[in-house]
Design a protein around this ligand. Structure first.
Ligand code: C5P
Length: 311
């Protein structure tokens, strides 16, 4: 294979509950994540000189070994013991950066899939999942995608009885606002002090409550929900002024099913029964969003994670 293209979808959190603090310093989470059809595109081609070279036009991103994409490529070739493998990686960035949409994690997951195919490595999905979890908490979800329950650091995935396929999503983000995930979790820790669960039995009780929660059944039926839970929203909202302004704008829209922040923010989203309503809302709110300095996207839900683009 001389070249491979992979699509890397964004995600939103339909539920993000910080339930505890773990001995490894990470937070124990109970989440529902949903892939979106807002995607980055990555192209991979072979290089004979063993270098791994990332290019990305127009986005303010590091292109060296500090980029998770380069780390994913290096880790994959180290894992299979073939350090001589090289590749050109071209990233077309559509998912906003530092936004709580897992763009960087999804690009890393796409790199595992793309280079596994390009280099003919035949690593199984399970082996790729192992590498994904080493790269970051959201990378395993990005690999699998669709609608999933995510536990542990975020890397323990479970299927849901009712994947969401029809929902429309309006996303808004102030282009000047960025939130660092470590900062958001650090702030959460400072605010909560010792108010965390720490026993596995307590964690499991919270997981079970989420497995049985009617959230997805409500959304699949198109029922409006008062709230979607994101524990990081209360942490980020007082610090990032665009979050409260944006939530007010979205809550004023008719026919939304729910409004929330995604991940550690600052991207906000509103859910609609279908993609058409999300697009109509984007058009209706366009002038107000523009005036308030927000970028906006409307999209649908996607039933899978990263995927090779059909040629
Ligand atoms: O796993 P990832 O590299 O994406 O995590 C970034 C940072 O976010 C971690 O270093 C940690 O500070 C925080 N984090 C956490 N608990 C999680 C996931 C992330 O505290 N479950």
């Amino acid at each position: 294979m001389s070249a491979v293209t992979v699509l890397a979808p964004a995600k939103i959190n339909l539920h993000l509950e910080v339930i505890g603090l773990r001995p490894d310093g990470f937070h124990e989470l109970a989440m529902v994540m949903q892939s979106l059809d807002l995607v980055d595109r990555l192209e991979f081609s072979n290089r004979a000189d063993g270098a791994i070279l990332l290019r990305c036009e127009g986005a303010d991103l590091p292109l060296d070994g500090s980029n998770l994409v380069v780390r994913a490529a290096e880790r994959l070739r180290a894992r299979v013991g073939l350090p001589e493998l090289g590749a050109d990686l071209t990233l077309e960035k559509c998912i906003p950066i530092g936004a709580g949409l897992a763009g960087g994690s999804s690009d890393a997951a796409a790199t595992l899939v793309g280079l596994n195919a390009l280099w003919g490595l035949r690593q199984s999905q399970q082996q790729l999942q192992g590498l994904a979890a080493e790269l970051g908490s959201d990378v395993p979800f990005c690999l699998e995608g669709g609608t999933r329950l995510c536990f542990g650091r975020g890397e323990r995935l479970e299927p849901v009885p009712q994947p969401l396929t029809d929902l429309g999503v309006l996303l808004i983000k102030d282009p000047a606002a960025h939130v660092s995930t470590p900062w958001a979790y650090g702030r959460c820790r400072a605010l909560r002090e010792d108010d965390y669960l720490s026993s596995e039995a307590d964690f499991e009780q919270r997981r079970q409550a989420l497995r049985q929660a009617p959230l997805l059944a409500h959304l699949a039926r198109g029922d409006a929900l008062q709230t979607l839970r994101n524990d990081l929203q209360a942490v980020v909202e007082p610090e990032v002024s665009s979050v409260s302004r944006g939530l007010r704008l979205l809550r004023g829209l008719p026919s939304t099913l729910a409004v929330a922040m995604s991940g550690s923010g600052p991207t906000l989203f509103a859910l609609f029964p279908g993609r058409r309503q999300a697009e109509e809302a984007r058009e209706r709110l366009g002038p107000a969003l523009h005036e308030a300095g927000f970028d906006a996207w409307s999209c649908g839900c996607r039933s899978r994670g990263v995927s090779l683009e059909a040629t």
